[in-house]
Design a protein around this ligand. Structure first.
Ligand code: ADE
Ligand code: ZN
Length: 387
């Protein structure tokens, strides 16, 4: 267990915020007695700490860098859109749908995820979906979000690339104007499809180049190594896109190495398997490549058996620049702050570690230096005021 050293004067901390509903990652309902959470100047203990830590997380300015917009489709909206668009769903109720979100592996999730997105047909559907995410993100004090979308999941059903992009972009513009949240869009290639298919997506995106910051690689990882997409990534780099890839989620450390060395990625999505290779871990830590870790996703997809065995703390201790993200919040039972809280409680993270993770979220974002500095100043001021 992690050693907690308190060099500061212990101060009683008043309980902030209401008691929360029971949470699978907090079965004691905030009553765990063992955790000592060390902040710069005060020690948080026992039940009060749970609420206090959640309040700290809720107010922490942060960026979310790994969120699939189609993965924020809550069953309620899925049913509403199915009715609006005359799409037949495989489930008869919202409750039945949620009950089916019990996955043994990534593919079991993908099967439902692909079905779910079939209700998205018109520009307004993409707008409604994205706007709902931003409203939720604002409540979590997300200041900047980089959203993945899966063009192939829509164009294969006859929905135009333009329809998808325009709906998402309109919500992004409203989020910036009404909520002060900035946004970057990352289009993903489905890695179980061919490189030629990915190339077709890159071509379809050409007229909209300015509205898309980067490309990513998602869907079934095992058996679909990064090197399969070497030339489309080369072309995307020439066109000035930022490069990302899911790697080391279900796949091995070799896939993380390929993503870095062959694809030349700017960020790694997940990257859990990195730790299986000590040399690779050291290289990535030294390089400062940001990893977008998704704790609740990892538990829901059985990448990690229990939250208390999540590697995030080891990743931090090895010097990896980790961030915390929600991946597919509607399917995995929690948005970004739920992910921060779940992993912080399970691994007894300190407020310093959470501060560091939130800092990584801004330094790793595809923002210009001025915007990064502004966000980091606000974050540091929040943490300083909290002490
Ligand atoms: N698409 C949406 N979520 C994903 C995940 N966790 N891994 C791979 N592809 C995805
Ligand atoms: Zn993902």
């Amino acid at each position: 267990m992690q050693e907690k050293v308190n060099s500061n004067t212990a101060t009683a901390v008043p309980v902030q915020g209401a008691r929360r509903e029971p949470n699978p990652y907090d079965p004691a309902g905030g009553q765990v007695q063992s955790a000592l959470l060390i902040t710069g100047r005060r020690t948080l203990t026992a039940a009060a700490d749970r609420n206090d830590l959640r309040a700290f997380i809720d107010g922490l300015p942060k960026a979310e860098l790994h969120m699939h917009i189609e993965g924020s489709l809550e069953p309620e909206m899925m049913f509403a859109l199915a009715e609006r668009n005359g799409v037949k769903l495989g489930f008869s109720s919202v409750e039945e749908t949620r009950a089916a979100y019990d996955f043994g592996c990534l593919q079991e999730f993908l099967d439902l995820f692909f079905q779910g997105m079939e209700v998205l047909c018109h520009e307004q559907d993409f707008y409604d979906l994205t706007w709902a995410y931003f409203k939720r993100a604002a409540a979590d004090n997300v200041r900047h979000a980089e959203l993945f979308f899966d063009p192939q999941g829509h164009t294969c059903r006859g929905v135009a690339f333009e329809t998808v992009l325009q709906g998402i972009q309109r919500a992004c513009a409203d989020a910036e104007r009404e909520l002060g949240i900035t946004c970057g869009l990352i289009m993903c290639f489905w890695r179980h499809l061919s490189e030629q298919d990915a190339q077709a997506v890159l071509e379809a995106a050409e007229p909209y180049r300015d509205g898309i910051v980067g490309i990513g690689l998602d869907a079934a990882e095992q058996g679909n190594p990064p090197h399969k997409f070497a030339s489309v990534y080369r072309q995307a780099r020439e066109q000035g896109y930022k490069l990302l890839a899911h790697a080391g989620e279900e796949g091995p450390a070799d896939y993380v190495r390929e993503a870095i060395d062959i694809l030349g990625v700017d960020r790694i999505d997940h990257g859990n398997a990195t730790l299986d290779d000590a040399q690779l871990t050291q290289r990535i830590a030294r390089k400062g490549t940001v990893l977008t870790v998704c704790p609740m996703s990892n538990v829901k997809l059985a990448v990690v058996d229990e939250m208390r065995h999540h590697p995030l703390k080891v990743m931090l201790d090895r010097g990896l620049a980790v961030t915390i993200n929600s991946d597919d919040p509607a399917y995995f039972g929690g948005y970004v702050n739920d992910n921060y809280a779940a992993v912080a409680h399970a691994l007894e993270l300190t407020t310093e570690e959470l501060h560091c993770i939130a800092r990584n979220s801004f330094t790793g974002a595809f923002l210009d230096d001025k915007a990064k500095a502004r966000h980091l100043d606000a974050l540091d001021a929040y943490v300083a005021a909290y002490r």
